[in-house]
Design a protein around this ligand. Sequence first.
Ligand code: SF4
Ligand code: SF4
Ligand code: SF4
Length: 625
Amino acid sequence: MLDSDAAVSDVCSLLGLPLRKDQGRERGELIAPQDVRLGVFVCRCGTNIASVVNTAEVVEFARSLPGVVWAQENLFSCSSDATKEMAKTVREKGITRLLVASCTPRTHLPIFQDVMKQAGMNPGFVSMANIREQCAWVHKKDPEKATEKAKSLVKAAVGKISGSRALSFLTSPIVKRALVLGGGVSGLTAAMTLAEQNIDVVLVEKTDRLGGRSLHSLEDFRTGHFEVHFNKLVDQVLNHPRITVYLNATLEAFSGSAGNFTSRVRVVGKQGEKEVDLNYGALIIAIGARTLNPCGLYGYGEMDAVCTQAELERELKAELDNRNWGHDFPGNYVRPSGAYFETTLSRIRHLCMIQCVGSRSDERPYCSRVCCTRAVNHAVILKTLYPHMNITILYRDIRTYGFNELLYQEAREKGVVFIKYDPENPPAVSPVRLGKQKAVSIEVKNKGYGSSATCEDPVLCLTVDRLVLSEATLPTDDHETLARLLKLPLSASGFFMEKHLKLGPAETQLEGVYVCGQAHYPKTVSESVIHAKAVSAKALALLSQDVKVRFAPTVSVNTGRCVRCLTCVRVCPYEVPVFRAGEIFIDKLKCQGCGICVAECPNKAIEPDIVADSQVVKELELLVR
Ligand code: SF4
Ligand code: SF4
Ligand code: SF4
């Protein structure tokens, strides 16, 4: 999904095409007929639903329900062929209400709302019955009862949709400017991609320089492309007429809705602090991540011979620069000072790496994803520079996914030794001396392949003159503050959550706000670049429109019933309701339609525009009848 979005972004840049979405049909030509002519589409979802629920029987049952003029099965309702056919059927059969019995509306409702729009119909007249997650998947062992339940769910949904109302559309002009938070590789890539498409960009970076940690990455060490590319990118961003860069800057305030946000940025400069007010249409979060300081783990901070992968990376980079390695191609990079930095790498006889330091623990159960590839890459570079160096990697599972597996193979061919350790009995380290030199003694229980540790497992004793810890990747210190300011959820690991893992990996829960790179979860540099391009494509699709049209499932306040208790003002997670001139005012462009205020209002003064109480009551009645 991300790869394809990134490819779209590249193709549009290449051809100079804007990612414009035709909204003419959405605004002017959609009709909202009052007569109820129901079309029911029952999805088989391949065998996901059909292997449990008798979908043909559900279709027959649907045909007998009041108001239903058409019912049929679909193999995959959300496929593009099926949605086109559905729109055609809606037009041909004069269907005015669409019910899709398939999976969850949380992810798929917009797809079927688009079907209605394609058919020239208001998207409010769509409903879904979840016969997959709430039926087929939970009643696998009882197909008969599952089929009966599917019929009940369809019957209830028919009752609900019969009383549905048209969605009103809201419009607002789009500010053709993007705000990018973070000046690392993801932020730089996103800023350049947008600027090249004639979008004004404001880039806000917390530190005093652009480039981030990726400038030192050795992911592409054979050619040195990253360094050349990113140095060039920093120059391009700093000199692009459409990009304004604020260094030493932080986001202080945030409000508005997709296409029209406002923020205040605090900038610390040589002349003191200043505040800048910004108005923009899309926000890209690219604040990156940080790595763990493993102080106290495996002797780090106590023994000189213990370092992190980040520290080894800097030494390796200096060594490669000394040799002008990988810079022998057009656009040659030359270290600006031409200086030679002496490293101690050539003196190492045995180097050991320990994987998963701080990851996959009780405190941090997630896998940091990139450390296996990084460690194996560093081992390959070391073996290339110093073929006689002994290298041992102590690991729990080697996760060099995708083509990184080739690096793992190369490491093995070059003689890197991999030893699996048991997380219950992690390696024990202690200081020793190798002649005059300080070294590290490591005891590790070799867990072997696919077996669990037993008391017979051999204990290996290694004496190494360098121990490198593959430290965990963590969210930055700013993740929580920013999430609170933007009202966005963080994952259990503390990174920004995408809207949907498969269907919206570049978007967040808030329309017009996108997340990319390591702010999302640990990624390699190449993955971060792809993610940034994918996010830019999404932002471009929004910013290349002149007007934002939104079919909004929002809420309305009945001022006659409102007792001005301000409960809604307190409970709305998006701070939408405001008390103004003695009344509650709801900005429908900002409202996310979550319904929390509807449930909390003690006097039932707030009602959703699309689902009336009477519809829900009807649905429940039909469910239990
Ligand atoms: S609409 Fe849902 S249930 Fe149907 S094919 Fe798509 S994912 Fe499966
Ligand atoms: S919660 Fe209901 S009654 Fe209270 S102020 Fe809001 S709309 Fe009025
Ligand atoms: S539905 Fe109510 S609580 Fe939810 S965003 Fe809208 S105003 Fe806020």
